[in-house]
Design a protein around this ligand. Structure first.
Ligand code: UT7
Length: 368
């Protein structure tokens, strides 16, 4: 039997400043009850540092969790649709910061499906013998693309980073099957035209082009059908059924999407991991952050069958079926923290609100 790709380390980096539903009530015509009922989200994070800083810390934590040194890595793969700049890639910047001198590095953009797509890539590289130890990081600084006076989008998204170490193993563990796919003809349902989050990202760009646009209901339907169909294909490829799954770790898009997809798969909520309430939808970062939370909460046992499943802009989707390895506790802990900040959420959103103000001259002013 050939090598498989198994998770041996995990970590996350959650920026400290929260944007609560009560804050959003001051920004647009919405209310806490509506948001909680329709999405399951109570709060999301707004980062005071660049996404690369979040990614670096999540990556260091995952390496410590796996008990590896940066020099041990063959590859660093970063899933993101909000890179700080386009070139060098976030992955290359992380390679330099970690001193991972033996690692190749590249970014991958499959929007919210980015972590699943990355895992699919890593699985192929490990199974073919091209790589043995890989750090995959999902990171987003999505608040840059949020128009906080547009209630149809701004309630969902947040910033954060999660990281997972995959290693080659001969043991009876690791990725069992992969399903990834895309339908570019539906790409218009979720669009950000201009990007690059560094510095003042709004300079020189019209607000219509920097804010996230999506057709919520259309995406909702595509998501529920897409996730359930992709997960079913991945399970079939692994020779398993929904009954065999111990834990689903889905992309944290919306609690109702997750519930509806799980119902279609006939998987009850006890076997579905959710941490959307405090983090919101963090796109490519959501699954690795959820893996980290699930592992730290003792939800993953040796040999557990784990199903990762996601959909996102593109439109893209993907699912992974894996058998969890023997490691259920971290080998070590990285003690580093993000630089402290005194900034309030209003400080962090100031340039954003100013930039999008011309689109909302008909709305009452923001009540900070
Ligand atoms: O990771 C992939 C990224 N994309 C997504 O995850 C998006 C998927 N879509 C969704 O999560 C949901 O479609 C939303 C949460 C965006 C919206 O939920 P919905 O249940 O589809 O609401 P809706 O768009 O059907 O709107 C229902 C009503 C409308 O009012 P009327 O026309 O019935 O009077 C909206 O105007 O709710 C209104 N509404 C709101 N009310 C209070 C829409 N947004 C809000 C809001 N607060 N924030």
């Amino acid at each position: 039997m050939g090598k498989k790709a198994v998770v041996t380390g995990w970590g996350k980096c959650v920026p400290p400043v929260a944007l609560t539903n009560a804050d959003l009530e001051r920004l647009c015509e919405t209310d806490n009850d509506w948001i909680v009922e329709r999405t399951g989200i109570h709060s999301r994070r707004i980062s005071h540092v660049e996404g690369t800083d979040l990614a670096e810390l999540a990556g260091r934590r995952a390496l410590a969790s796996a008990g590896l040194e940066p020099e041990d890595l063959d590859l660093i793969l970063v899933a993101t649709c909000t890179p700080e700049i386009l070139c060098p890639s976030v992955a290359a910047m992380i390679q330099e910061r970690l001193g991972a001198v033996n690692a190749a590095a590249f970014d991958l953009n499959a929007a919210c499906s980015g972590f699943v797509y990355s895992t699919a890539n890593v699985t192929g590289m490990i199974e073919s013998g091209f790589a043995e130890r890989v750090l995959v990081i999902g990171v987003e600084k999505l608040h840059i693309a949020m128009d906080y006076r547009d209630r149809s989008t701004c309630i969902l998204f947040g910033d954060g980073a999660g990281a997972t170490v995959y290693e080659a193993t001969d043991a009876d563990a690791g990725v069992l099957s992969v399903d990834i796919g895309a339908d570019g003809s539906k790409g218009h349902t979720m669009v950000v035209q201009a990007m690059g989050t560094k510095g003042d990202p709004y300079w020189g760009k019209p607000p219509e082009e920097t804010r996230l646009y999506f057709e919520g209901q259309a995406v909702f339907k595509i998501a529920v059908q897409g996730i359930a169909a992709s997960a079913a294909r991945a399970l079939e490829r692994a020779g398993l059924t929904a009954e065999d799954v111990d834990l689903v770790i889905p992309h944290q898009a919306n609690a109702r999407i997750i519930d509806a997809a799980a119902r279609r798969l006939d998987i009850e909520s006890e076997r579905v991991f959710m941490n959307i309430q405090d983090l919101g939808n963090t796109a490519a970062a959501s699954i690795p952050m959820a893996i980290s939370d699930a592992a730290d909460a003792g939800r993953l046992k040796p040999g557990d069958v784990v199903l990762l499943t996601a959909f996102g802009g593109g439109i893209t989707w993907g699912s992974i079926v894996m058998k969890w390895g023997d490691r259920v506790e971290s080998v070590g802990v990285h003690e580093g923290e993000l630089p402290a900040t005194d900034a309030t959420v209003w400080d962090l959103l100031e340039s954003n609100l100013e930039f999008y103000a011309p689109l909302h001259e008909d709305q009452p002013p923001v009540r900070r």
